[in-house]
Design a protein around this ligand. Structure first.
Ligand code: DSN
Length: 423
């Protein structure tokens, strides 16, 4: 193997092993998931869908892809699944291209309020190609401003309402959003990339009953390979309110399939799709239920411990796997916090908090999530220690020697939670 890359992979393994991984969108996939990604399936071109490919020799990868589809349908009890999107952003690009025309209006949560780039950020295709209208969270509570969402929807008549976020610690009222959408014949798309693993185990509200289309990544709480998926549950009558699209599931499925390939992607990554299938089987296993429960318990305990030390959690707590800490009362920026924690072997990302007075490059907050440390086996009684490490690093953020000493303590602590011992 390329010795330079081999060494770099080893360095990254050591970093992952010795650090505390608190990036809310990251996780540790199983060795099975990882090794399947590294399989000879990468050699195969398979443009098209099982049974309808543009290349010969697809009989085996057809089985792989069909298995991934059927396992995903089983997890979420859905009628339709597309496992080809290379990422969550690609899944969203495909859906937007399927249901909108250039310059069409859609509604999404503002990125600076916890939304996602693909939900209408001006620097993203979603903000350049279409006309996004953005809703926000309440300044006082940090909760989704459903009243504003409704007002903006009724005023602007978007064709699509997107719900879901990348930095929002509370559950969603999908039913309420659907009621708004029905008044204007809009479609609703839920992007559940972050909480998918918790929704899979019914620990959060299910979007499938109310949202026409659901997208997700597979590598966050679902703990699979890096990738995207698109799902639909039901046959919604006339979801577009348009005469050219009748909205029956079959037609919708074809439209979405075509939007993925050939609309926005070429050949599917069958090695990744196989790895998705492996991960989906893990999600179906009973052990994933306790994993998902542990995630929520860990996150809630972490929020409680942080609040105890005077940290301000946006929305005052969490229902899911993550939380946003507003650091303004601690006199440190998100950027400074991310750097200081990094020196101590604790990985987080700086994050704007709602109504932030600082830019996305500085930020007033950090986002913290527990899926990865929960995968390493940390339980609720370990959260005190993690919060203590965080607090020590932030209090001493200017003292590099202290942070170095803390990094050794962090590494020693994490030795009790082995990561990939067979690598
Ligand atoms: N970048 C991902 C996250 O960190 O939440 C979202 O795509």
């Amino acid at each position: 193997m390329d010795i330079i890359i081999k060494n770099l992979i080893q360095n990254e393994l050591e970093r992952q092993r010795h650090g505390i991984e608190l990036i809310a969108s990251e996780n540790f996939a199983s060795l099975d998931v990882i090794q399947t990604m590294g399989s000879i399936l990468t050699n195969k071109y398979a443009e098209g869908y099982p049974g309808k490919r543009y290349y010969g020799g697809c009989e085996v990868v057809d089985e792989v892809e069909n298995l991934a589809i059927s396992r995903l349908k089983q997890i979420f009890n859905v009628e339709y699944a597309n496992v080809q999107p290379h990422s969550g952003a690609q899944a969203n690009a495909a859906v937007l291209s399927a249901v909108l025309k250039p310059h069409d209006i859609f509604l999404g949560l503002d990125l600076s309020m916890g939304g996602h780039l693909t939900h209408g950020s001006p620097v993203n295709f979603s903000g350049k190609l279409y006309q996004p209208i953005q809703y926000t969270v309440h300044k006082d509570s940090g909760l989704i401003n459903y009243e504003e969402l409704e007002t903006k929807a009724l005023q602007n008549k978007p064709k699509l309402i997107i719900c879901g976020a990348s930095a929002y610690s509370r559950d969603w009222d999908y039913e309420r959003i659907r009621k708004v959408a029905d008044q204007i014949n809009a479609l609703v798309m839920a992007d559940i990339a972050h909480p998918a693993g918790l929704i899979a185990k019914n620990l959060l509200n299910s979007p499938f009953q109310h949202c026409h289309i659901v997208t997700s990544t597979t590598h966050k709480t679902l703990r699979g390979p890096r990738g995207g998926i698109i799902m639909m549950q039901k046959d919604f009558p006339n979801p577009f309110g348009l005469t050219d699209l009748k909205g029956n599931l079959k037609m919708m499925s074809q439209i979405i399939d075509l939007a993925v390939f050939p609309g926005t992607q070429g050949g599917p990554l069958e090695h990744i799709i196989a790895s998705k299938a492996v991960a989906f089987q893990e999600v179906l296993d009973e052990s994933f239920t306790s994993y998902a429960h542990n995630i929520i318990q860990n996150a809630q305990m972490m929020a409680k411990e942080l609040k105890h030390l005077g940290y301000e959690i946006v929305s005052n707590g969490t229902d899911n796997h993550l939380m946003l800490i507003d650091l303004r009362n601690k006199n440190i920026t998100g950027k400074q916090a991310e750097i200081a924690l990094g020196h101590a072997g604790i990985t987080v990302n700086k994050n704007m908090v709602p109504y932030d007075d600082k830019s996305a490059f500085t930020t007033s907050g950090i986002r913290i999530g527990v899926p990865a440390i929960t995968s390493r086996g940390l339980k609720v009684n370990n959260m005190h220690c993690i919060v203590d490490f965080i607090n020590e690093a932030l209090k001493n953020h200017n003292d590099l020697n202290y942070l170095k000493m803390l990094k050794d303590r962090v590494a020693k602590f994490m030795e009790s939670f082995p990561l990939y011992p067979n690598l």
